[in-house]
Design a protein around this ligand. Structure first.
Ligand code: AVI
Length: 318
């Protein structure tokens, strides 16, 4: 997801899709910019920092679950599978899975070739025997996977509750696309954050050290850097809300006074208290997760959680 920078450290030319999404998002009501644009170099660093925060339980909870379930997982998935990770596999979760099931091959899929190559290099160094086949593609659509793994049954891996950043409709489409990409006999291992008290959820998205606020506000800084904007970033405030009706955390950027600014030469005005909606993070109870998997064409096989029931890991078959 990382956007590469030019050799001299200057940001490279803005992605035309970023420009289009930001301009359309600022014009629409309610205003909303897709969360995928958080992840420039700075945003990716800030997200890494979020995963270490005491309030942000999902990452360490999911890793602990994966470590604990390794024997069960190895037995349920069997030998000789190729692991296909939807995302670049830069996280600490990938080595946990690779050590556990010792796959025949590993195919990380990511839309950012640069980031993909970097993380594949690191993984190859850690697992010199493993065939690593980085695949640059948009995994939201069905894909023709590398021929080298054509004869091996696949285990799709989609950790981190990244599926929660999609609406249920998009999530269902993605699960169906994954099923089509992975083919007959495939299995899917997926992490989904669970519904829980807002007393735990809200601090996870609005931490005391202000790292999540910086992550959210970096989107405005990125707009200024890459789209020749003059958005007064310090006049916006990070807001995290629990939307109980939709079972999701929402992140917004709220104008603290009436503001005017330009982006890519276009003027915008935003009233005090108005927000730009920047992210949804949907949470799924165990039964919701099973329904979502079935809607996406998968049959749940096994599920695991942590002692507090905060996070769910699900294994499903095609
Ligand atoms: C990447 N994704 C699963 C994170 C989440 O929890 O929804 C992104 C994030 N946003 C704020 N904190 C973390």
């Amino acid at each position: 997801m990382l956007k590469p920078e030019a050799e001299d450290g200057q940001a490279s030319l803005a992605d035309p899709q970023f420009r289009a999404d930001v301009l359309a998002g600022l014009e629409r009501r309610p205003r909303a910019i897709p969360a995928r644009w958080f992840y420039d170099r700075r945003g990716s660093e800030l997200f890494e920092a979020i995963t270490d925060l005491p309030e942000y339980y999902p990452t360490r909870t999911e890793i602990a679950i994966l470590e604990r379930i390794c024997p069960d997982l190895a037995a349920l998935t069997g030998k000789g599978r190729a692991v296909v990770e939807f995302g670049s596999g830069s996280s600490t979760k990938t080595p946990v899975l690779l050590r556990c099931i010792a796959p025949a091959a590993y195919v990380p899929i990511d839309i950012s070739g640069e980031f993909l190559r970097q993380s594949s290099k690191t993984l190859s160094a850690a697992f010199p025997e493993l065939l690593v086949l980085p695949f640059e593609a948009d995994f939201m659509r069905p894909l023709a996977l590398p021929r080298a793994i054509a004869d091996q049954p696949k285990l799709g891996f989609f950790p981190g509750s990244t599926i929660g950043n999609m609406t249920p409709l998009m999530a269902t489409d993605l699960l169906r696309a994954m099923r089509a990409s992975l083919g007959e006999g495939a299995m899917l291992l997926i992490g989904m954050d669970r519904i829980k008290s807002p007393d735990i959820l809200l601090p996870a998205y609005d931490d005391a050290a202000g790292v999540t606020a910086a992550f959210n506000l970096n989107l405005l800084e990125r707009i200024n850097r890459e789209l020749d904007g003059d958005v007064p970033v310090d006049r916006f405030r990070h807001v995290a809300r629990w939307n109980d009706d939709r079972a999701r955390i929402e992140m917004h950027l709220e104008a603290q006074e009436d503001l005017s600014f330009t982006v890519a030469g276009r003027p915008f005005a935003i009233a005090a208290g108005e927000t730009i909606h920047t992210e949804n993070s949907h949470k799924y109870g165990a039964r919701d997760a099973r329904i979502l998997l079935r809607a996406g064409g998968w049959t749940p096989v096994a599920e695991w959680t942590d002692p507090d029931g905060n996070f769910g890991v699900y294994l499903a078959e095609a």
